[in-house]
Design a protein around this ligand. Structure first.
Ligand code: SF4
Length: 625
């Protein structure tokens, strides 16, 4: 493996330095999430306050970044998360990752805290810390306009925080091109705590593939692959919002803060409805033929420049809150993107507040006099403004996320929180996809739907790629009904989690690359590594890259005192869900605990403590931690 070139920026003393990470180390931590975690573990005490100058941010790409093939467009950000208090991790798509590669960089490490608001401007070897005071307090859109004027050109890509990050909302995001986000884990607040408003890179073309002819063998048949794959066809047509239609059809669309799997009027918020009614155009990321990104136009509510709601946003501001007003979902999406806060945690936290209000656990005395009723989308704008500005009362309460808010307010609202490690659950119900019960619980950076494959792959026919590709990782047993949580599912959770962790390391989009329904599978990725960056890996090597990243995160959390007792699910995960008339799906606590024990056993972790065993740590070469 070639060496990695890393830029270090210290905001406290305003120094910059380029460092080289030798290829033999880079090979073990080959970019993205693994490289970020390696740097954090080497250079930071995990016990730091995430919002102090001691927290370190690592923006990283991979040796495959910038090579024109669908789905290699992501930039990973690692730091300690203020939301979960654990290892933090988040990816963004779009065009900033190849721009980092075009600047001959593999990662940027940011330390310290600036005395005054600044933004970092990178033009290859010219690194500038520029005054950001004029755009402090401004929206992401106004900030982007300021940067254009300040630099006197528009040839740049940027990651910018809004007032959400500046005001330390615990689920603040970092926005790229106003519509893509490093959304989860609250890493925008880490940026805000450092007085860092934006990371801006001058545009340069990314390096070429090592074997251009070889790459053509992978990309030539992309149209055929796309048209032959019904999930990709749907993702292209309806974006991730097509999951509203699919989940509602099965009866597993998380509704009323996960009390139900369907609600009346869901059709009004469906991905297909977005396509038919308000879609202006489809957008994409660098080199991607799928074009899943939505651009909507809702006069007076949502401008096209803020993109459009993804599935998760349609769900959190829609079904989670019992809301059928699509225009208000788009408006909430716009506000979150303008102010830089995560749409999942924001919508889910509001749903928790509505649930608490509807059940009489909180009253107008707790909500600044607001009625928080399911279906009343009129409160979204009021609440988002209060959250972003950290207004004393309901604003400050909801700005800390549902888990901390419930801890503060008590009165039984704790039982209504739907989060793991204090991060709100995305819109995939564990009664429908029970392997996610294990994954949500064990995932080192909180509940995440993109950290393992989803269960329906195990229900696919033998000749379907949904069945063939996962079985390239390990052999699984077929599953013929919902709600099964057993040893097979625990194995599926572990094996596919390794693959997803590897993808977060190689910075690949999980709609294009993956182990089941995606455009490219495990065997294609082996070829991509070879043709793209002359890396000779096989599927086992790829799996080991992912495993190393998971175990590093686990060891980071171990230093914070986390054990099996922290790998738990919210109470609502065990509710029975009537997904069809008279048909109930449910997982029990016993099934969950047994599956957890199986998972630890597959992972080589101690079932009592839930921590990696010594031999596992040694096998992965992680004894230095
Ligand atoms: S599938 Fe969608 S999110 Fe992924 S790279 Fe392509 S356009 Fe971007």
């Amino acid at each position: 493996m070639r060496d990695a070139r890393i830029l270090y920026v210290n905001l406290t003393d305003k120094t910059t330095e380029f460092k080289i990470l030798p290829g033999d180390i880079y090979e073990k931590y080959p970019g993205g999430s693994a490289l970020g975690m390696y740097i954090l573990l080497k250079e930071m005490n995990p016990n730091v306050d995430p919002l102090s100058p001691d927290n370190i941010m690592v923006f990283a790409i991979s040796p495959l970044t910038g090579i024109p093939i669908s789905g290699q467009s992501r930039m990973n950000l690692t730091a300690k998360s203020p939301l979960t208090g654990t290892a933090g991790d988040s990816q963004v798509g779009g065009f900033i990752a190849p721009t980092l590669a075009g600047n001959n960089l593999d990662a940027i490490v940011i330390k310290g805290k600036s005395k005054n608001p600044v933004y970092i401007y990178i033009d290859k070897n010219d690194i500038q810390l520029r005054d950001a005071l004029p755009m402090w307090g401004k929206t992401t859109s106004d900030s982007e306009e300021f940067i254009k004027k300040d630099l006197d050109h528009e040839k740049f890509e940027s990651s910018i925080i809004g007032p959400g990050g500046e005001n330390l909302v615990l689920y603040a995001s970092i926005m790229h091109r106003l519509s893509r986000a490093n959304g989860r884990n609250g890493l925008g607040a880490v940026m805000g705590s450092k007085n860092l408003k934006a990371l801006v890179l001058k545009k340069y073309s990314a390096p070429k593939a090592a074997d251009i002819k070889g790459m053509k063998t992978l990309t030539l048949d992309v149209k055929k692959r796309m048209s032959a794959n019904e999930v990709i066809v749907d993702t292209t047509e309806h974006g991730s919002g097509g999951c509203i239609d699919a989940h509602a059809a099965e009866g597993f669309l998380p509704s009323f803060n996960f009390d139900a799997g369907i609600y009346d009027g869901w059709e009004k918020t469906a991905g297909s409805t977005v396509t038919k009614t308000i879609l202006k155009e489809r957008d994409t990321c660098f080199g991607c033929a799928i074009r899943c990104k939505r651009v909507v136009d809702v006069p007076g509510k949502a401008e096209p420049k803020y993109g459009g709601p993804e599935y998760e946003t349609l769900a959190t501001f829609g079904s989670y809150c019992g809301n059928t007003d699509l225009a208000e979902i788009c408006h909430a999406n716009q506000l979150c993107n303008m102010y830089g806060i995560d749409t999942i945690s924001c919508g889910a936290t509001i749903a928790w507040a509505m649930d608490s209000y509807e059940k009489g656990l909180i009253t107008k005395d707790d909500t600044d006099g607001l009625e928080l009723k399911y279906g009343d989308a009129g409160v979204f704008e009021i609440l988002i403004e209060k959250i972003v500005n950290q207004e004393p009362g309901i604003g400050q309460l909801l700005a800390m996320g549902s888990a901390r808010a419930a801890e503060k307010i008590g009165k039984g609202t704790e039982d209504l929180v739907v989060a793991c490690k204090k991060q709100e659950l995305p819109g995939h119900m564990v009664q429908f996809k029970p392997n996610l019960a294990v994954n949500y619980a064990v995932n080192p950076f909180g509940a995440d739907h993109q950290s393992s494959e989803h269960d329906p792959a195990l229900m696919a026919p033998d000749d379907d790629q949904n069945w063939i590709w996962p079985n390239q990782l390990a052999s699984f047993k077929k599953c013929d009904s919902y709600g099964i949580l057993d040893d097979n599912k625990a194995k599926f959770a572990w094996e596919t989690q390794k693959f997803y962790a590897m993808m977060d390391t190689l910075c690949l989009c999980q709609f294009a690359w993956g182990p089941a329904w995606q455009l490219y599978g495990p065997d294609d990725l082996v070829k991509f590594c070879k043709f793209g960056a002359n890396i000779d890996w096989n599927i086992s090597t790829l799996q080991e890259v992912g495993e190393r990243r998971i175990v590093m995160m686990k060891l980071f959390n171990q230093k914070l005192g986390l054990t099996r007792k922290d790998d738990i699910l919210p109470k609502k995960a065990f509710l029975p869900i009537e997904y069809r008339k008279g048909e109930i799906a449910q997982i029990t606590e016993t099934q969950f605990e047994n599956a957890l024990t199986s998972y630890y056993s597959y992972a080589g972790w101690d079932p009592e403590s839930g921590l990696p065993k010594k031999e596992t740590i040694e096998r992965l070469g992680l004894n230095w931690i």
